[in-house]
Design a protein around this ligand. Structure first.
Ligand code: ADP
Ligand code: MG
Length: 349
């Protein structure tokens, strides 16, 4: 499970700050036409275009947002980029550049930082993003990561959280709850490992769950899929904190209510079987799990035929008047009010 056991250890102090920066950044190539100058000067230079610029930042702290005992550093680098790209895709934009700032304690050898940057690089190559700068400093304890993403969108293509209208359909991409269950599986194995380090975990039944937790993918494809269907969402948000919490953001900002249907929530079979094993309610997991990095959006009801039966999307409900509040209709046809937070406050990015 701990694939980042570093065999070689080169101390960061030996290398110095500038040595470290040039070492970790030398493998990055610039590809975007809008990147005029990337790493190496006092500031990066970008070519402004007619389009609007999207900017988003996330700060991740060891022990709060991730646990290195089961999160390999390469995966951490990859995921840290995904978390940011997801925010740009949720605005219906394209991501173009990132900056990456890190604070690391000298407990980390160079090889650990290399693994982290290998994950950043894989994300940049896969998603066609340029790394254009950042900052490197030391911390007293642990590792801190701050990534900023810069993206673009045509003015009339940007989708905000506040545009949902009564009768709009509520749609999610992909499926929900798997990343949260992946974390439960990893936490359990960590406890087992503490008791008996020779115990080799059997994770075959949880491959999808663990992949969703350790190597999430941001939904770069959704914007294009919707364009092909000739659909422009009225509102959109990415699912980082859980479906319920994101619905609250959309409804509050759009001044509407909503009704979603338990039977419509998209669940992977591994989610259903892991919920049985962990004695968790799969609906609660889908509503409050978080870290799925799927997109939640609303579309006019006239788009129903374009979306119906599309395997990328699930229509889970519709927007109602503000005074109706936010509701879940259960399989037993009961109306229950949604809560912004689930029973577990694990997700706070
Ligand atoms: P300054 O002293 O002006 O802050 P630095 O020596 O910190 O410059 O950085 C030199 C160059 O390396 C800059 O282009 C900066 O953006 C880039 N850089 C520094 N740290 C990182 C990092 N962790 N990841 C990517 N680029 C970095
Ligand atoms: Mg600096």
């Amino acid at each position: 499970m701990l694939e980042d056991k570093n065999t070689q250890k080169t101390s960061l102090a030996e290398l110095g700050e500038f040595g470290l920066i040039s070492h970790i950044t030398k493998y990055f190539k610039v590809e975007k036409a809008s990147t005029v100058k990337a790493i190496g000067d006092d500031a990066a230079v970008l070519d402004a275009s007619e389009k609007q610029t999207l900017v988003s930042t996330d700060l991740l702290i060891e022990g709060v947002h991730f646990d290195l005992s089961y999160m390999p550093l390469k995966h951490l680098g990859y995921k840290a980029v995904m978390v940011n790209l997801s925010d740009v895709y949720a605005m219906n934009g394209t991501a173009e550049q990132i900056t990456v700032s890190i604070a690391v304690s000298n407990r980390f050898p160079l090889e650990a930082i290399e693994a982290f940057y290998a994950g950043i690089q894989l994300a940049c190559e896969t998603y066609k993003i340029d790394l254009i700068g950042g900052d490197t400093t030391s911390s007293n304890k642990g590792i801190l990561i701050s990534i900023t993403v810069i993206g673009k969108a045509e003015k009339d293509e940007v989708v905000y959280r506040d545009g949902a209208k009564e009768t709009d359909l509520i749609v999610v991409s992909g499926d929900l709850g798997a990343a949260y269950l992946g974390l439960q599986v990893l936490e359990r194995e960590k406890q087992v490992f503490k008791v008996d380090p020779n115990n080799q975990p059997d994770l075959d039944n949880y491959t999808y769950l663990i992949e969703r937790q350790l190597k999430p993918e941001a939904r770069k494809d959704i914007s294009g899929l919707l364009k092909e269907l000739d659909i422009k969402p009225t509102s959109m948000i990415d699912i980082s904190d859980g479906l319920s919490s994101e619905l609250f953001h959309i409804c509050t900002q759009s001044k509407v209510g909503c009704k979603i249907y338990e039977e419509k929530l998209p669940l992977d079979p591994q989610v259903i079987s892991a919920c049985e094993e962990f004695e968790l309610d799969s609906t609660m997991v889908a509503l409050s799990g978080g870290e799925d990095y799927e997109l939640l959006f609303t579309v006019p009801i006239a788009n129903f035929d374009q979306l119906k039966g599309n395997p990328n999307f699930s229509i889970i409900g519709h927007i109602t008047a503000e005074n109706q509040g936010l509701h879940l209709v259960t399989r037993a046809n009961q109306d229950i009010p949604l809560k912004a937070q689930g029973w577990n406050a694990m997700n706070d990015h």
